[in-house]
Design a protein around this ligand. Structure first.
Ligand code: GLC
Length: 752
């Protein structure tokens, strides 16, 4: 017998008994423990083995960040961690879980400013690598709530004011995270758009606005990304708590959208047992033990607990509800089925191989650094002061955000990176010995609002007048003696945070500081940390350059220095409108509401939709961002010019880099329904493309539009409708800088 065949036979002989043995052992063990069976079979088998009490015990958490395991049947706990900007230690009353944090990535609004779907997917994957390395099965993110009011305290955490941009980035983030075998939780469902009265506010919003503005990212997360969990929000929608809202949790999420995962409550967000169980909440967090710990530690929270120290979906109350028929067993079974489906599908029963990644490893840091640089938006650059050229031999680095890296906003998403890089460190490192870098604080930040629950900080200086004057003088003198002065202004995680809404004015003293430095040095650059727009009218006309840098995670200082020195060409675009005055906001007259209710009377007209409709002039528009190079747009073509429903329209154009250095342009395509039977916004973002070009290079950019780009939500039909008629396509580098326009016609299905 040929040696090769002999070896194969020997191998076969060796494996065969193993195979027999594995089938023998498989026959002996319960079906649900067999990874070769399909998930639904394993769920059915395990569900059939569970007692009623064992099922009920799965419906609430066991500790602050874990679900309840079952040792008899070998059901593991789901080990969770926040959040959207990285895997953070769970420091809640249960106090457990990760001791080392993962990489601190840029905040949501910074990721949104990249408009880079592929990159956001890589960030999701990198957070998944950290989660696996830190033994976590589920990450409580992304946060996809829309920027309705620019003051909202968690705007820093989300993807901006537009539902299409938010949807594309949410899908990418979730797909990246879940590709690592880590469950994502898209949050907070739904219409959680302010922090004032966050635990109780009743949001009054019409059905069309809900579906066209506030729900699209959740729907995309479910139907395109296959998100495993949705977190129901604290607030009410149209009079009903989100945690017990059958319209949202069952009719829309599970029936209309076909959601097969599970709904988890926000922490301590439940209010009843039967209504919550019947409405479609599947897992109540954090559970009885943590609620009791929380109450013990902070008795002041008692009113919010309505005298109910235990989890609402607790065993005794649910047993009683089952016994008297207020809750059906099938309702409980469906919850357990959803939890088990997610757990089997993500390998929680099958002892996943240990992760190859180390927490906060080099790959994660590389992605964090890339994202931080791409997120930076160049707002102004008069006289091309930036990038800093070889003629700059001395730099004054000034401000409360210069020597401290503002890596994230405050609250449950806040990371505590081990070695964050501040702008001052980043600049000193990049400048090297040849450039003199001086530092002056200029003015300190007010005391932060960080108490539990967080309170809005008072915008007061911690300094006495004499100290304030001395600090200002020191900064001015440094600026006067330097070639360039850079003021790092904005907020901190104690001033821009979950738990309270933000003041659009810069913290006390910063306007004056910028004015004084600009008066002392005509080459003054302002670099901002914020979760959204700030009021700049006091100084924006007095400085040649300004950048929005959001919260850039642990690589902040390196990314800012790279852009300032021109190692990176800024390509960020605003994901939210920067307004001139607070009263220009769409929500101005209806924020934060009164008497516990907030009415979204602006309807669809949020963000740039509002500015367009009301012919308002933003300071910097949605989608805006400068580059160190320039681009032209030519040759818009649309084909075919007439389409029937279901047929795609192709829009192409040529983009050329007409500057002197390589750069990225984000080409944006908006749609205007010219003949709508209902009121529709003047333009709506329906696609975008990032294109990187060398100097002189031209590339043809293509967009493909289907009915979804033309449709609006029709409450009467409970669905989306694309009406026949002409549609205008508007292509440009921001919502206000439209370079080319064209038209196509959607004909009625019968027209051939
Ligand atoms: C917080 C937040 C939520 C977070 C959760 C756990 O209150 O609203 O986003 O994931 O509790 O920390």
């Amino acid at each position: 017998m040929a040696p090769g065949i002999a070896a194969a036979c020997a191998l076969l002989a060796l494996l065969l008994p193993l195979g027999l043995r594995s089938s023998a052992s498989e026959a002996s063990r319960p079906a649900y423990q067999n990874p070769r069976l399909d998930v639904e079979q394993r769920v059915d088998d395990l569900l059939s083995r569970m007692t009623v009490v064992e099922k009920l015990d799965m419906l609430t958490g066991s500790t602050w960040m874990e679900s309840t395991p079952n040792s008899r049947l070998g059901i593991p706990k789901i080990r969770m961690a926040d959040g959207p900007a990285g895997v953070r230690p769970a420091t809640g009353p249960g106090g457990m879980g990760v001791t080392v944090a993962g990489t601190a990535f840029p905040a949501g609004v910074a990721l949104a400013a990249t408009w880079d779907v592929e990159l956001v997917g890589k960030v999701g994957r990198a957070i998944g690598m950290d989660a696996r390395a830190l033994g976590r099965d589920m990450i409580l993110g992304p946060t996809v709530n829309i920027h309705r009011a620019p003051e909202a305290g968690r705007n820093f955490e989300t993807f901006g004011e537009d539902p299409y941009l938010t949807s594309r980035l949410a899908v990418a983030f979730i797909q990246g995270l879940q590709a690592e075998g880590v469950m994502a939780v898209v949050k907070h469902f739904a219409a959680n758009n302010q922090e004032t009265d966050r635990y109780s506010v009743d949001v009054r919003v019409d059905e069309r606005t809900l579906n066209e503005i506030y729900l699209p990212a959740f729907r995309a997360a479910v139907q395109e990304a296959g998100v495993w969990s949705v977190m129901s929000a604290y607030n009410k929608v149209n009079g009903v708590w989100c945690t017990e809202n059958p319209s949202l949790l069952t009719d829309v999420l599970k029936k209309q959208w076909g959601f097969r995962g599970f709904v988890v409550s926000d922490w301590v967000a439940t209010h009843t047992t039967v209504e919550t169980a019947n409405a479609g909440l599947d897992l109540e967090m954090p559970g009885t033990e943590s609620r009791r710990m929380l109450l013990k530690r902070m008795p002041s929270l008692a009113p919010g607990f309505n005298g109910h120290p235990d989890a609402y979906m607790n065993r005794p109350e649910l047993l009683q509800a089952l016994a008297d028929g207020r809750v059906k067993q099938a309702v409980v079974n469906d919850k357990v089925r959803r939890l088990l489906r997610a757990m089997f599908s993500n390998g929680l029963f099958d002892g996943r191989p240990p992760s190859a990644a180390v927490a906060d490893g080099p790959e994660q840091r590389r992605i964090a650094r890339m994202a931080a640089a791409e997120a930076i938006v160049l707002l102004k650059n008069q006289g091309r002061l930036l990038p800093l050229g070889p003629q700059v031999r001395s730099i004054a680095v000034i401000g409360p955000n210069a020597a401290t890296a503002r890596t994230g906003g405050g609250g449950s998403s806040e990371m505590k990176p081990a070695s964050p890089v501040s702008p001052l460190e980043g600049i000193r490192q990049r400048a090297g010995a040849g450039i003199k870098v001086g530092y002056a604080l200029g003015c300190p930040l007010p005391a932060s609002g960080r108490t539990l629950p967080p309170q809005a900080p008072r915008n007061e200086s911690p300094d006495d007048p004499a100290t304030r004057a001395a600090r200002l003088r020191e900064a001015v003198e440094l600026a006067a003696g330097s070639d360039v002065a850079i003021v790092f202004a904005g907020y901190s995680s104690g001033l821009d945070s979950e738990g309270f809404d933000r003041d659009l004015r810069l913290p006390v003293g910063q306007d004056e500081l910028i004015q004084a430095v600009a008066a002392a040095n005509r080459n003054t650059i302002v670099v901002l940390n914020s979760g959204g727009p700030v009021l700049m009218s006091a100084w924006i006309d007095r400085v040649p350059s300004a950048l929005a840098t959001w919260y850039l995670g642990q690589e902040a200082g390196n990314a800012v220095a790279a852009v300032l020195f021109g190692d990176e060409n800024p390509s960020g675009k605003l994901p939210a409108t920067f307004l001139r005055e607070a009263k220009d906001s769409a929500a101005y007259r209806n924020f934060p509401g009164s008497g516990g209710t907030v009415s979204y009377k602006e309807g669809l007209y949020v963000g740039y939709r509002h500015f367009d409709r009301n012919r308002l002039d933003p300071l910097f528009p949605f989608g805006y961002g400068l580059s160190y190079t320039t681009f032209t747009y030519r040759n818009l073509k649309i084909s075919p010019s007439r389409v029937v429903p279901g047929q795609r329209v192709e829009v192409t154009l040529d983009v050329r880099n007409t500057g002197t250095r390589r750069g990225v342009e984000v080409v944006q395509l908006y749609i205007h329904d010219v003949e709508a039977s209902v009121d529709r916004p003047d333009k709506e973002l329906k696609s975008f493309r990032r294109v990187e070009l060398d100097p002189g290079q031209t590339r043809t950019v293509s967009f493909y539009l289907d009915d979804s780009a033309m449709a609006f939500y029709h409450p009467g039909k409970k669905g989306w409708v694309a009406e026949p008629g002409s549609f205008e396509t508007l292509v440009g580098s921001s919502s206000r800088n439209i370079e080319l326009t064209g038209e196509f016609e959607l004909t009625a299905a019968t027209d051939k």
